[in-house]
Design a protein around this ligand. Structure first.
Ligand code: HEC
Ligand code: HEC
Length: 264
């Protein structure tokens, strides 16, 4: 049953992934989205989530309660909304990632990874460890089912930096061996459910930090080292540029507004 469900979940991205793989460039010798998804299909140990694509109302209600701080082993500091917001948008500071509309399967995997130590984080590991497996699933489905709202406000950024970020996203860098992000994160950064998160409209400082953590080997939860091998080829300004770029991409795929936040 579990295997069937996982197979059903990954078959769609495989189909979609093929068309991107032929259209987008890949300068790296890293795994393709297809290889990644094939692995997910085989590996139901590391990927033991059973988040349904269309969660039922009971699951969503449990998820809502957990988000409000009502987990069984709840208590102070357990309410997700305190940091991630009632609407899943975080608090605007960029310290807390947006969760709204992120694939439930991906979110659930992160919670499991926080408990296993594959993605150690002082705050989130302590919280995730107090959730039951069912509560992780429920709260992930709850945030995953939320409509994605408008993108957060941004500070200024240099036009040339934004341009470099856009180039890394769309075509990568042959010189540095960095693959185009769109290969896996989708043509406009909207992600690829169930396993690839959206980047469009996510906080820049959060995304840059994750790339840095992968480079340092602290976050070590990516299948086939897909993200760590990419992050190791990036310097701090590459990370910054691509993160600032994606933070400004609107979710409907419209181009970013070049006048929005560009300085000298
Ligand atoms: C005290 C603040 C705080 C609370 C409360 C909190 N989080 Fe977090 N959360 C964070 C921070 C900080 C991060 C980023 C950590 C990192 O760098 O890995 C994060 C990251 C996450 C991520 C990873 C998102 C991604 O895009 O990979 C998930 C999933 C998540 N939190 C779910 C939850 C859930 C579910 C709850 C409630 C049960 C919760 N959080 C409560 C601060 C919090
Ligand atoms: C071959 C596929 C692939 C390519 C190419 C790729 N990614 Fe990823 N990315 C993934 C997967 C899969 C994950 C989820 C890893 C996990 O399970 O935690 C991810 C996660 C991320 C995250 C974490 C998001 C979060 O919410 O925590 C960031 C940031 C990111 N990628 C940025 C990039 C950037 C920038 C590029 C281009 C330079 C890129 N990725 C290219 C597959 C890819």
């Amino acid at each position: 049953m579990r295997q069937t469900q996982i197979t059903a979940l990954v078959s769609l991205p495989i189909l979609l992934g093929v068309s991107w793989a032929v259209s987008a460039q890949d300068f790296s010798d890293g795994p393709t989205i297809r290889m990644l998804e094939d692995r997910l299909e085989q590996d139901d140990v590391a990927f033991n989530a059973t988040v349904d694509r269309t969660p039922d109302d009971d699951l969503l209600e449990v998820g809502r309660l957990v988000a409000m701080g009502g987990a069984e082993n709840g208590g102070s500091g357990m309410a997700c909304i305190t940091c991630h917001g009632v609407d899943g948008h975080g608090d605007g500071s960029g310290a807390f990632p947006r969760l709204d509309g992120q694939p439930g399967w991906y979110l659930d995997k992160q919670l499991v990874d926080y408990t296993s130590g594959a993605r150690p984080n002082q705050v989130m590991s302590a919280i995730a460890e107090r959730l039951t497996e069912y509560e992780m699933e429920a709260v992930s489905a709850y945030y995953g089912a939320m409509p994605t709202g408008t993108i957060p406000k941004h500070g200024d950024v240099e036009g040339t930096r934004l341009q470099w970020g856009g180039q890394l996203a769309a075509v990568g860098s042959a010189e540095k061996g960095i693959p185009a992000c769109v290969n896996c994160h989708g043509p406009s950064g909207t992600g690829l459910a169930p396993s690839v998160p959206y980047l469009a409209g996510q906080y820049a400082s959060y995304m840059a930090l994750q790339l840095e953590l992968w480079k340092e080997g602290v976050r070590d939860n990516d299948a086939m080292n897909v993200m760590s091998s990419i992050a190791r080829k990036m310097d701090e300004s590459d990370m910054d540029a691509v993160a600032e770029y994606y933070a400004r991409v609107t979710r409907d795929g419209a181009a970013i507004d070049p006048d929005m936040a560009v300085t000298e």
